[in-house]
Design a protein around this ligand. Sequence first.
Ligand code: PLP
Length: 472
Amino acid sequence: AEHPLFNARLRSPNVTQSFSTNDFSDVIAADKAHVWHHLTQHKQYESTDPRIMIEGKGMRLWDATGREHLDGVSGGVWTVNVGYGRESIADAVRDQLVKLNYFAQSAGSIPGAQFAERLISKMPGMSRVYYVNSGSEANEKAFKMVRQIAHKRYGGKKHKILYRERDYHGSTISTISAGGQFERNAQYGPYTPGFLEVPHCLEYRTQWDVENYGERAADAIEEVILREGPDTVGAICLEPVTAGGGVITPPVGYWQRVQEICRKYDILLHIDEVVCGVGRTGKWFGYQHYGIEPDFVTMAKGVASGYAAIACLVTNEKVFDLFKEDATDPLAMFRDISTFGGCTAGPAAALENLRIIEDEGLLDNTTAMGDRLMANLNALADKHAVVGQARGLGLFCGLELVSDRASKTPAPEAQVQAVVADCMRQGVIIGATARAIPGFNNTLCLAPALIATADDIDAITHAIDEALGNVF
Ligand code: PLP
């Protein structure tokens, strides 16, 4: 049955290339024999056909079997914001690489300086860009700065860092120590000391049945601060919209209260924009929807849309100045380096990525297409009893599935994965958020590229509509 909103052909008329079924059996054999894949149970992988992606153009991908896919999750993990096959980014990177590929970031580079200037122009109140390679690393650097500030200013005491249940900040030991998703942390302890959890802010699964839910959820942060002692808490690290932890859009009043609490107790505010950053929510950064004034902003995935590995830690001048004090003390500066922070391909790609977003009006497109996606998802909620709630901001949306609406019992993981697989069978790639948290493994996740058209959006939600009908 065709969903009434469906008016798209999966195969875009603009795509001229057709991918012939070359024989990739040697590649598949090498992959199966030697590659250890991320987030993969290899016992299961052994018995499935590997999915090796070969080519991409715009929103579409072709795999080693020649199959075409419409990508609803921008490279699987919400990264390829400007879409595949951008020759101008490839050209910018190539031109830079043949000129100068690398010099340690203790010195400067042309694209490093130019991208920093352009980025800061989108972030009023912020002033400094620290180049690294991954979201985890950017967050680690911010944690290190917080610890160093505690030593500089507070005799080491104000060193604790708060994080939120269901937020994710990376895969290293310290970032999982700041990670609110149980299944990603279990078995990797002992953790870095001094990280403390505050409650999540998902009203749909609230523990507080109150009118002013957003403020109440933020007050829970203040309770932790008071319990620990405000003079021991240096910073709080939060995602503007919790991404992998279930697509949790913040409730009304939440962020204003968080900002007040940070000011009241002199706590540095670290916003993790690794997912929301660089346009995904319809503004340059997710925090810009809420009038927040952060001290640290970290970003990675969308900075160069995956055309080069680049991540940034951005600070304000207040933070930066602390590390300039006492130039005679060799320990006063930020004594830190990241070798590949000096790769010039990253900022060269990022600069062109930013130009594309601007010149093609992709922020406005994200807002318009995000509204369409939410409308489509709400229509699915009306049609399918298994949908508990649709949530999202811009082109980052989730659909929480429940077996029973009244009790909000989460839909079983196997069925959620069956929906993802059914969409894949139809040629549409969607995701499901982090699994194995009891009760919280049940949210379908959508993050199409910011270039998505109305037809693309409708094709994605049509596939989900069909899949929900097939599975439930
Ligand atoms: N922060 C958030 C919000 C993320 O979603 C991720 C990755 O998914 C990270 C940090 C870690 O980024 P990376 O995988 O580049 O280390």
